[in-house]
Write a protein of this length. Structure first.
Length: 337
C-alpha cells in the first residue's frame, strides 16, 4: 500500500479508502451487504494496509456506522485507523433531522460517536450543501466540535467551489477551524472540479478524497449490457441516478479508450480508470466501494498500476467541460415533499 498526506492535517492516509456505503440494511438499498460482510471487507482492507474508512450517518440510516464501529473494535486498535463520517442528509421525516444547522450537527455527532463506538471522529464532513443554513453557522459549530475533542478535523463534500471557498476562509480566519479535507466526485467522465475546486484545495493544502472513481460502475463496464455478477446487476438495475449522470456519447468514447488501453495492458478497465484518478498528485485517497472481493482486489491493484504518459493523454483527450452534475440538499428536500 502507498500513503499520502491528508492535506496539511499531519496525518498519513492510504491511497485507498474503504467506502462503507455498501454495508447496512437491505431495506435501505437492495444491494447492501450485512454485518458479517462488513467485518470481512474491513479485515481484508486492514491486511492490505488500508487505514482510512469512510461512512456517513445517512448510509442505511446509521447502520453503516454501527457496522464499521463493530469491525474496528473487533479487528484493530482504534488509534491505528482514520474514520471519516458525514452529516446533513435527511435521517427521518422530522424536518430538523437534516441539514447543517447547529442543532442537527450537534445531534448528529452525538449519535455517530455512539454508533461508531469511539470517543472521537477523525474527519467529520458536511455531506452536502444546505441552502437554508448560513455557512458561518455551520463552520462555527464545526469549530466548536474540534475544540471539544469530539472531532479532530473537519471537511466538506459536494459543495460548489464558491461555497467551499467561503467555508475554507471563514473557518481559517474567523473560527480557527479550517477544513482539511474535501470529498469530491471525480472520474474520467466527470472532471468539472479541475477548473476551480481542485485548484482551491491545492492552494489551501486540503486533502482530497475521491468518491465515484468508476462513475457509478460505468467505467467498470457495468452499465453497457455486459455480463454482471448478481450483486453488480442488482446495483445497476436499482441505480436510477447513474442513468441520468452517465451514458452520453462522450462517456461512451471515454469508456472505449479506457477499454482499449486495458485490453493492451491485459487488465480490467476498472483498474485503468482508478489508476488514472490516483495519477493526479492532488488526490489523497480514492474511496472504493465494494460488493464482492474482486472489487477490492482491483482497487488494490490500481495503486501499483502506473499508466504511461501517452495513455494518460489518451484517456483525457475525449473530455470536454460540461454542466455540473451534482445536486444539492435543496433537491433532496424538494423531492421529499
Amino acid at each position: 500500500m502507498k500513503y499520502s498526506n491528508l492535506g496539511d492535517s499531519g496525518i498519513k492516509v492510504s491511497k485507498l479508502c474503504l467506502g462503507m456505503m455498501s454495508f447496512g440494511e437491505r431495506e435501505w438499498q437492495k444491494w447492501t451487504l450485512p454485518s458479517e460482510a462488513s467485518m470481512h471487507f474491513v479485515k481484508r482492507s486492514l491486511e492490505a494496509g488500508i487505514n482510512v474508512f469512510d461512512t456517513a450517518d445517512f448510509y442505511s440510516y446509521g447502520r453503516s456506522e454501527e457496522f464499521l464501529g463493530n469491525a474496528i473494535r473487533s479487528l484493530t486498535d482504534r488509534k491505528k485507523v482514520v474514520i471519516s463520517t458525514k452529516a446533513g442528509l435527511p435521517m427521518s421525516p422530522d424536518q430538523n433531522d437534516r441539514g447543517l444547522s447547529r442543532k442537527h450537527l450537534l445531534d448528529s455527532v452525538h449519535e455517530s460517536l455512539k454508533r461508531l463506538q469511539t470517543d472521537y471522529i477523525d474527519v467529520f464532513m458536511i455531506h452536502e450543501e444546505d441552502p437554508f443554513t448560513p455557512i458561518e453557522e455551520t463552520m462555527g459549530v464545526m469549530a466548536e466540535l474540534v475544540r471539544s475533542g469530539k472531532v479532530l478535523y473537519v471537511g466538506f463534500s459536494n459543495l460548489p467551489a464558491w461555497k467551499a471557498a467561503h467555508a475554507v476562509y471563514f473557518g481559517k480566519y474567523a473560527c480557527n477551524a479550517k477544513p482539511r479535507v474535501a470529498q469530491i466526485q471525480y472520474n474520467l467522465c466527470y472532471r468539472e472540479d479541475e477548473r476551480d475546486l481542485i485548484p482551491l484545495c491545492r492552494h489551501e493544502n486540503l486533502g482530497i478524497m475521491v468518491y465515484s472513481p468508476l462513475a457509478r460502475g460505468w467505467l467498470a463496464g457495468n452499465r453497457t449490457g455486459g455480463a454482471l455478477s448478481e450483486r453488480d446487476a442488482l446495483r445497476a438495475e436499482t441505480d436510477a441516478k447513474a442513468h441520468s449522470l452517465y451514458g452520453t456519447s462522450q462517456d461512451r468514447a471515454i469508456l472505449n479508450v479506457a477499454s482499449d488501453i486495458a485490453a493492451r495492458l491485459n487488465v480490467p478497465v476498472a483498474r485503468v480508470a482508478m489508476s488514472w484518478v490516483l495519477s493526479n498528485p492532488a488526490i489523497s485517497t480514492l474511496i472504493c466501494g465494494v460488493l464482492e472481493d474482486s472489487h477490492l482486489d482491483e482497487a488494490i491493484a490500481a495503486v501499483d498500476l502506473e499508466l504511461p504518459l501517452e495513455d494518460l493523454k489518451k484517456l483525457e483527450s475525449c473530455y470536454t467541460a460540461q454542466a455540473t452534475k451534482s445536486t444539492g440538499l435543496a433537491a433532496v428536500l424538494g423531492s421529499a415533499k
